[in-house]
Design a protein around this ligand. Sequence first.
Ligand code: SF4
Length: 469
Amino acid sequence: MLILTKSDFIKLLQCRKYLWLYKHRRDLLPEDIDLSLEKVFEEGYEVEKYACELFPKGDGAVFQPTFKSPKQGIICRCDILKYTSPKEVELYEVKSSTEVKDYHLSDVVFQKQCLTESGLTVKKVCLILVNNKYVRHGPIEPKKLLKIEDVTEEVEERMEELPARIEEALKVLRLKTEPDVRILKQCSKPFACPLIPYCWKNVPTPSIYDAGLNEKKLNILLDKGILNMKDVPAGMITPSKRKFYESVLTDKPQIDRKAIAKWIEKLVYPLYFLDYETYSSAIPMCDGYRPYQQMPFQYSLHVIKKPGQKPLHYEHLELKAVDPVPALAAKLSKQLGPKGSVIAWNMGFEKDRNSEMAERLPAYAKFFNAVNKRMVDLAEPVKKGAYVHPDFLGKWSIKAVLPVMCPELSYEGLVTETATAFEYWPELISGKLPPAERGTMEKKMLAYCKMDTFGMVRILGEMEKTLGH
Ligand code: SF4
C-alpha cells in the first residue's frame, strides 16, 4: 500500500513533479542539509519545546502522536493533541512563523483528515505561532512568546476538496515516469525547491523568468517554446524591465551618465562605506529583543578621506555569546567620524538597525540618528535604472552587481552560497568549536563582510569611470 505523509502532501501542493522526484529520485536531491535549513529545523524544535510548556501535565495533551489512516494509507505525526474525551481531540500545530500561512492550513487539514479516518472527532484546530510583539526580559515566558490562532473554521472550509487532492497525490506516486510540469512560480513558492538545479538545467541565461512576466505571459511563451529572454516580444515587457530588456537585446550596459553624475554630486567626503551583519531568531537570544529582531553583531567600514585617496579599513566582530550591540556601538562611534556621507547598499536595512540601536542605547542615540541623516544608498543608481547591465539579470543585490562590474572580486570561498555570516555566528560564539576551526570561521566572516564594503568602494569607482573621472 502506498503511504502518503503530510510533508509529501505539502510537496504535492507546491508541485507534482517535486513529490514524484522526492519519492523516486532521491539521488537528485542535494546530499547535505545546508546550514540555513538546519537552522530552520533547530528553530522549529526550540519553539515546539516552549509550546509543550503551554500544556500542563494531566490536561490530556499528548506530544508527537502518530496516526495512520486505515482507509487511504495516509500517515501523520501531530505536534500536540489534546484529548477532551476518549474520542474527542483538539489539534495544535506548532509553527515558528509569526502569522498564518496558506501551507499551514493545508498541513492541519491533512492531519484532521487522518485523525478523522482513525476514528477521532477533531473539535478544534489551532496553530501555535510566534508572537512578534513579545520582548524578552529574563527567562523565556512561553505564554507571552507564543500565540494560539484558532483556525477550525478555515480548516472546515477546506475539508471538502481534500479527498480529491489526496487521490491526486497517490496517483502521482503511482506514476512510472516523472510528470511533465512547466517551470513557473511554484519553483520558489512557498519554498525554494531543492530540485531547481535539475529542472532548470536547460534554462538559458537570461531567460523569460528574468523578464518579470506574469504566469499568463509565461504560458504564452512556453506554448511557443520560447525560453530565451531575447525572444520575448517587446510588447510583453513591462516598463520597469524595459531598460534591462534593451541591454539584453544589445548585449550592452545601459548607462544614464547624467543620473549617475547627479547621484555622485551628493557625496560629501570623507566617504564611509558601512555594512552590518545581523542575527535573528524566533527565540530572542538576549534581553530587550523581540522574536526575529535583527541584532547587528559585525560591521565592516571602509573610509576614503579625500578624493583619490586609498581606502582605510575598520572592522568588528563579536566573539562572545552576549548582546553584541553595546560593543559594536562603542567601537563604530570612534571610527565613523562626524562629517561625510555614509554609504550603504540598500541603506534601508542599515538605517533601521541604526534607529533600533539608537532606541536601545540612549548614550549612542545622537550618534546613530546623525549617521542616518548622512546615509546614501549606492544601490539607488542600479535600482532606478541609471546603471543597467544584461548580466545583472534584472537584479540589484550587491551579490548580483559586484561580480559583473568588478569581475576580479569574488565572494567565492568566503562563505557557501547558502550559509552566510548569519548562519555562522551562533556557531562561532557557541564555545564548542576547536580553536583552529573557530579561527578559520572568524577569518571567513571578516573577509565576507569586508568584501561588501570594499565592493561598494569599487562599484563607486566604476561608476565614476563611466563619467571619465
Ligand atoms: S524545480 Fe520547479 S518544476 Fe522542478 S520539481 Fe521543483 S517546483 Fe517542480
